[in-house]
Write a protein that binds this ligand. Sequence first.
Ligand SMILES: [Zn+2]
Length: 116
Amino acid sequence: MKVFKQFTFDVAHQLPDWPGLHGHSYTAEVWFEGPATDGYVVPESLLSEQVEAVRERLDHSYLNEYIELPTSENIARWIWDQLRPKGPLIRVRVFRGSIGFGVEMDLDDAKAEGRA
Ligand SMILES: [Zn+2]
């Protein structure tokens, strides 16, 4: 079975092909998969504490301080790297609803990049 947690965050960044400091509102989903033999795919603390810690780090931050090239793709990679050690992560989605654009990183992508 799979569970996911969705959260939103507002950030500032600068990109080489879009210079100038500016901000975006993002929504992210993080997905976990497991057998849920005890009734839960992951412990509630993973969703409420570990995922929340990632959201708090991102929210109202200047991404360039800790993500070298803060595109949506690299934000997804950064979230993946934070949460993969914490639980059975299988998918990260990052999207900007205002423009209808999003990225998805799954376990196959992570394996291909040596991040699994
Ligand atoms: Zn931007």
